[in-house]
Design a binder for this molecule. Structure first.
Ligand SMILES: Nc1ncnc2c1ncn2[C@@H]1O[C@H](COP(=O)(O)OP(=O)(O)OP(=O)(O)O)[C@@H](O)[C@H]1O
Ligand SMILES: [Mg+2]
Length: 200
């Protein structure tokens, strides 16, 4: 596993998704919403974390809006940069009136509120953004290691959230270079397919 290989791959895959035109992004957001509505773990989730899209990522706004409009929405949460545990994420409860703040990457996140914290081990599903993925569930992120650190101990938790990567089809590669700390995905959902790795 070479770092330069990961850096090059990130550059290529980020350029591909940033090249999608607004109507393609709009279509992807709609298709992802309908794909996710058919995923069993999503249908039964009592609590679900998602993300606000950035850098050409698939938008989950159609999906989250449809959940919030429904009668039986799971409890929704968004990731927040941990205020003192460097490199880690916290998940905060999110609803239509949640006060938002821009973090240091320019991504909006719920303003810190201790009473809104949803411990990661209590989440049923985490929808994770990614830069690249392969059919075995390997994930290449933006390079901060945030999700990897936050989920590193999941095997010791009473129950592990189901980790579902969300991606455009152009983010798939044959085989990703994997590092020891990379947390694999249980499934990947794209606008056109739902991929469940063999050992999940
Ligand atoms: N569990 C961990 N403990 C300590 N450091 C870690 C851990 N996981 C990842 N890191 C560090 O984080 C850095 C970035 O990791 P990596 O390249 O896998 O990021 P990524 O998966 O692309 O990012 P992200 O998870 O934020 O989407 C690496 O240098 C790695 O050493
Ligand atoms: Mg990683």
């Amino acid at each position: 596993m070479h770092n330069s290989e990961r850096t090059q791959l990130r550059r290529k895959l980020r350029a591909a998704r940033n090249a999608l035109i607004p109507t393609e992004q709009q279509l992807a957001a709609q298709d992802i919403a309908s794909q996710l509505a058919a995923v069993p773990a999503v249908k039964t989730a009592g609590s679900l974390a998602f993300y606000l899209s950035n850098d050409g990522e698939v938008s989950l706004s159609e999906f989250s809006a449809s959940l919030l409009a429904g009668a039986s929405s799971p409890r929704l949460a968004l990731p927040v940069l941990h205020p003192f545990c460097r490199g880690h994420l916290l998940f905060l409860h999110y609803h239509q009136h949640t006060a938002m703040t821009e973090n240091r990457f320019g991504i909006p996140e719920p303003s810190l509120d201790c009473t809104a914290v949803v411990p990661a081990h209590q989440l049923d599903v985490i929808l994770m953004p990614l830069v690249g993925f392969d059919k075995d569930g390997n994930r290449l992120g933006m390079g901060g290691g945030f999700y990897d650190r936050t989920l590193a101990n999941r095997h010791n938790w009473p129950a592990s959230p189901r980790l579902i990567g969300i991606a455009h089809d152009c983010q798939q590669v044959d085989a990703l270079p994997v590092a020891a700390w990379d947390v694999p995905l249980d499934a990947i959902v794209t606008p056109s397919q739902i991929i469940v790795p063999k050992d999940s």
